[in-house]
Design a protein around this ligand. Sequence first.
Ligand SMILES: Cc1ncc(COP(=O)(O)O)c(C=O)c1O
Length: 324
Amino acid sequence: MKTLPRVELAHLPTPVHPMPRLSAHLGGPELWIKRDDLTGLAFGGNKTRKLETLCAAAQTEKADLLITAGAIQSNHCRQTAAAAARLGFDCVLVLVGQAPEIPSANLMLDQLLGAEIRWVSKAARDDTLQSVFAETKAIGRRPFLIPYGGSNPIGAAAYAFALKELMGQDLNPDWIVFASSSGGTQAGLLAGARLLGYRGTILGISVDEHASNLKPRIVRLSKETMGVLGENLSVTENDVLVNDDYLGGGYAVMGDPEREAIELFAQYEGILVDPVYTGRAAAGFIDLIRKGLFNKADRVLFWHTGGTPALFADTYRKDLGAIA
Ligand SMILES: Cc1ncc(COP(=O)(O)O)c(C=O)c1O
């Protein structure tokens, strides 16, 4: 597998460790966790890895300004703002929604990290991204567009490297389960699996999209990612495992399953998962254990992709505070 230019933003390798109490409580197989919530960089997460390759590309292009977009509580935007601060880029975030009176959680951190924020409607998001790019270029800046979720082949490739890192940690899990949304993490893991010969099963729990939409995107991105990594092996939708049974009340709506997953990970392992991504994936993970998807002898890895600042968003605090 070819390497790509990277800037160092993450503390790697991230730890991998067993979750014996959660496993015993669920009467499940051997459960493990890969801690990409501990990548560092302003509370970390999966975007730290993607930003290592994306920011290297921005530096190669001699950019001086990073522009990206996301939801009001976007972890990707918080991480981009932090990477920009660390590397000396300016940062413009195009956020969907309206400025709240008092910003909380990721949004508060975006501001603290020095990002300039433009508020837009969802319909205007993509056009605004392009217009901010054009507008800043016209006044002599050197903008660099970081794609939504950091999910282009350069960003996704970081998860092929991440799989290599995991394979070097000698765990050899039978399953890898994680939250999938823009598809970059899954596309990168899949590309890495093909190129490195990983034989376990990679299962993305969809956070916000039906598998029929997400799978073709992952196939395309995975192929393009293998392209930048120097080999073109075939990937079809049959190679992509996405479970969309846990979409619940929709994107960012925390329901009982997410609340229970947050509680179980916290109270049995001292690990925090978030209401939007990792809590939803953890809820699916727990349900699939209860349903007996995994064999007792399997080694099952939950890949924690971060997002923990959202626990402190005003939207969730009241609900989570009610957990006894
Ligand atoms: C905490 C967290 N986990 C998982 C994901 C999903 O990753 P991807 O967009 O690469 O599918 C995101 C995306 O924003 C995220 O913030």
